[in-house]
Design a protein around this ligand. Structure first.
Ligand code: TXA
Ligand code: MG
Length: 336
């Protein structure tokens, strides 16, 4: 199988792609669709056999639950046992957008989506394409990131094509993902609500809307964190070894490389404030020093380093600020 890749940059192409994607999804197929965070590998969330295909295609462990994507509050409510006031508040402030809430699942959500558990993660994405497909299908879509299990999420159609192009019938090209890292996952089944996976909607924004918020971080590695296997320490990793660090000057950076690799040409640097000049320009990426711009670009840079055959990627450490917490989390996982 070779995936057909459909563009969406004119209204006609957009509509044609919506119809084709919906047709395949109704037939129980799995397709890759753009979302504002990262590309998703979507299937009918109400159909067990379709979801089983997602697990197989990704090589995803059966104990890792999948997020269900909706296109209205009403659809969100139909997927859960009850939608508490705190969820209403969050939906008003952050949906559609990069926030997933965990709630007790409704009977109609198959067990396989929830990896056998009693809860389900729900998100209303803001990307117009996936919204249009959900409305056209009139059923919610289960969608993990469209990559092989444990590798970096795709932020453009090309990334999807490289890893899953031979395994699915359709990839819809909706451009570069605007957010660039995966959604914030917030568990609403505990009190106070607890951040299972930080993202660009950070703790302080959540606190501003709902008051108290806890974090699973302190429990990392304990049994509790298996509630969300995406929290396992090693995840979202490039093929190359990744190191997150600060360097005083270029000499320090060079010393660091000398200890780790024999061939300087296989070292890549991703910087946002300390831009090294004495390296092959092809091996130095500069991302703007702005959390949103950094998040949008970082996965594409990691994909690019892997493609270039990097052995070592050195990423300049992100600042210790709330708006960088999602990025810091992903870099931590990528480097462990
Ligand atoms: O931005 C995103 O969330 C993207 C796009 C496609 O929407 N999706 C995504 O899905 O990142 P995935 O499967 O790659 O990551 C979902 C994370 C995993 O860490 C999973 O363990 C956790 O969310 N998760 C999903 N359902 C859960 C549940 N019921 N309880 C606890 N954790 C859950
Ligand atoms: Mg993923």
């Amino acid at each position: 199988m070779t995936a057909e890749v459909l563009s969406t940059h004119t209204p006609e192409l957009f509509q044609k792609a919506v119809r084709h994607a919906a047709e395949l999804l109704r037939a129980g197929e799995v397709v890759a669709l753009p979302t504002e965070t990262v590309y998703g590998l979507a299937a009918n969330a109400l159909e067990e056999n379709a979801i089983a295909k997602i697990f197989k295609i990704k090589g995803r462990p059966a104990n890792n639950p999948i997020i269900v994507h909706v296109a209205s509050n009403e659809m969100a409510k139909s997927c859960v046992k009850n939608f508490p006031p705190v969820a209403e508040k969050l939906a008003r402030s952050f949906w559609p957008g990069p926030l997933t809430v965990i709630l007790p699942r409704a009977e109609k959500i198959p067990e396989i989506v929830a990896a056998g558990g009693q809860t389900v993660g729900i998100r209303w994405p803001s990307h117009p394409f996936i919204q249009a497909v959900i409305l056209e299908c009139d059923f919610p879509l289960a969608a993990p990131s469209a990559n092989l299990s444990n590798s970096i999420s795709p932020t453009n159609a090309e990334h999807v094509s490289r890893s899953l192009g031979g395994k699915i019938p359709l990839i819809v090209d909706g451009g570069q993902s605007q957010v660039g890292i995966e959604s914030t996952v917030l568990d609403l089944t505990v009190s106070p609500p607890s951040i299972l996976r930080p993202g660009m909607i950070h703790a302080e924004s959540l606190v501003a809307v709902i008051g108290e918020v806890g974090s699973e971080k302190s429990k990392m590695g304990s049994e509790k964190s298996l509630r969300s296997p995406g929290l396992l320490k090693k995840h979202y990793a490039p093929k190359a070894k990744l190191v997150v660090m600060n360097w005083k000057d270029e000499n320090e950076l060079r010393d660091h490389f000398a200890h780790r690799v024999s061939d300087l040409a296989k070292c890549h640097v991703i910087a946002h404030t300390r831009i090294p000049s004495g390296f092959d320009a092809a091996n130095v990426s500069v991302i703007p020093h702005d959390a949103e711009a950094f998040a949008r670009a970082i996965y594409a840079e990691l994909h690019r380093c892997d493609e270039a055959g990097a052995e070592l990627i050195v990423v300049e450490a992100p600042p210790d600020l709330p708006e960088w917490s999602g990025i810091a989390d992903r870099l931590r996982r990528a480097s462990s």
